[in-house]
Design a protein around this ligand. Structure first.
Ligand code: C5P
Length: 426
């Protein structure tokens, strides 16, 4: 197994944002902004029909670069090949059914399709269309052709479409498109479709243990790593259920079904139910180890005679990961279900975070453990991560520093390899 080879996206990248003609074209403006705010150089290449939705002036102002649609502009600069050759990343937002049909068949009748034919960098399409168009066999075939050619076609979001209808076909949120497209630059192999039909259950975010109606015991987890795992697994073809505690203001993970929970007991119940149906269980949640023995029905007062607020009795919460591994041992969950845990460690005077993680994987009995050093406030709430992956049979790999999407990709690579290894005879 390996986890090396991820590119650094903190440098200024040359990003081409292609825009096809769909109602969601206005969201391309937010995508351009997102890349610019991260310091990247953006060149917008709309199709002729995209300009019926958003004018060239908007894209020129936001990108700070000229906009052209045809191969007959700036012919002396051989623009129809130069734009694609120089790009570090091409993202098409929205990719309409018509645009994907043209791209799948190698057409080069405007600057955007010509750019796609020339580009050797990662090409990411963010489709948006009505559900009927997305489900049509012609579009399915075109998506399959594009993926076979190495183009990354994101699965669209499920939600409200332009009319009254709801279903798959909605453009992912601009910040999701930016994050996933940059993850494609970090490592395009993280987008291969090796989990087609594989069912994942992922716990994410922090749990909250109510003391009374206004107070709780909680933690700093943002849910970012768990949501990144969910999105990356979904983009690799998996069917993903996320059991989510409290998270920062993150958009719903693209392509995943989310079950919202509050406390550890609620998370344990939901994880219990969904792990029975999963092929892979990943426990990325930051679970409160203890909860108040009882929750007061009314706000507790300070400075009163019994002083219950300064003497909260705690009881231990169930360890969701360890009990799920136990249930696998007991045959309640198939022996083939892969279990992945996390260890956020600070280490102490005598023991390093890695040594603690090595003890933890044996104690918990999961197949893989992602270990982070969280001393000095690292990791929680950050957009990047770094650490080590350990396997129960004693292997260890460095996970290079990268976005939480790139770390998710490395973890999923390890899961994929583990699932391909021959299973021991029962
Ligand atoms: O023991 P510790 O909390 O460090 O273990 C971390 C791992 O165990 C994480 O994968 C976390 O999601 C999981 N865990 C759990 N239930 C708990 C405590 C931790 O599933 N009560």
């Amino acid at each position: 197994m390996h986890a090396a080879g991820n590119a650094d996206v903190s440098e200024c990248l040359k990003v081409v944002v292609g825009v096809a003609g769909g109602i969601a074209a206005y969201k391309a403006a937010h995508v351009v902004r997102g890349f610019k705010e991260l310091g990247h150089d953006v060149r917008v290449v709309p199709t002729e029909s995209a300009l019926n939705f958003v004018g060239a002036a908007t894209f020129e102002a936001l990108s700070g670069n000229p906009v052209s649609t045809t191969v007959f502009d700036a012919v002396d600069e051989v623009q129809h090949v130069r734009v694609g050759q120089e790009a570090d990343l091409v993202v098409v937002v929205p990719a309409t059914a018509d645009f994907m049909a043209r791209a799948a068949h190698g057409r080069a009748d405007d600057l955007l399709t010509a750019t796609l034919l020339v580009a050797t960098c990662p090409v990411v399409l963010a489709p948006a269309m009505h559900t009927e168009m997305w489900n049509h066999p012609a579009t399915r075939d075109n998506v399959a052709i594009l993926r076979r050619h190495g183009t990354i076609v994101l699965d669209p979001a499920h939600g409200r479409l332009t009319g009254k209808d709801t279903g798959p076909g909605r453009l992912p949120e601009p910040e999701q498109i930016v994050s996933l497209a940059l993850a494609a630059v970090e490592n395009p192999r993280h987008f291969r479709r090796d989990f087609e039909g594989v069912r994942f259950m992922i716990t994410a975010g922090g749990t909250r243990e109510a003391i009374d109606p206004v107070r709780f015991i909680g933690n700093h987890s943002s849910g970012r790593q768990g949501f990144a795992l969910a999105e990356m697994a979904a983009q690799r073809g998996a069917q993903v259920t996320v059991v989510a505690g409290h998270t920062d203001q993150l958009p719903t993970p693209l392509g995943a079904n989310v079950v919202k929970v509050d406390s550890t007991l609620e998370m344990a119940k939901a994880a219990h139910e969904h792990s029975k149906l999963a092929d892979v269980c990943i426990f990325a949640a930051a679970v409160a180890d203890f909860r108040p023995a009882s929750t007061a029905g009314a706000k507790m007062k300070k400075g009163v005679a019994d002083d219950a607020l300064s003497n909260i009795q705690l009881v231990e919460n169930p360890d969701i990961l360890a009990t799920t591994v136990e249930r696998r041992k007991a045959g309640e969950i198939p022996a083939t279900t892969t279990m992945v845990g996390f260890a956020a460690e600070t280490g102490d005077e005598t023991t390093t975070p890695l040594e603690l993680a090595k003890q933890k994987i044996v104690r918990k009995g999961c197949d893989l453990l992602m270990c982070n050093d969280v001393s000095g406030g690292q990791t929680f709430g950050a957009t990047d991560n770094v650490g080590w992956l350990l396997s129960l049979d004693g292997e260890q790999w460095d996970v290079p520093r990268g976005s939480k999407f790139s770390v998710a990709g490395s973890i999923l690579d390890a899961v994929s390899e583990l699932r391909q290894e021959p299973q021991p005879a029962e």
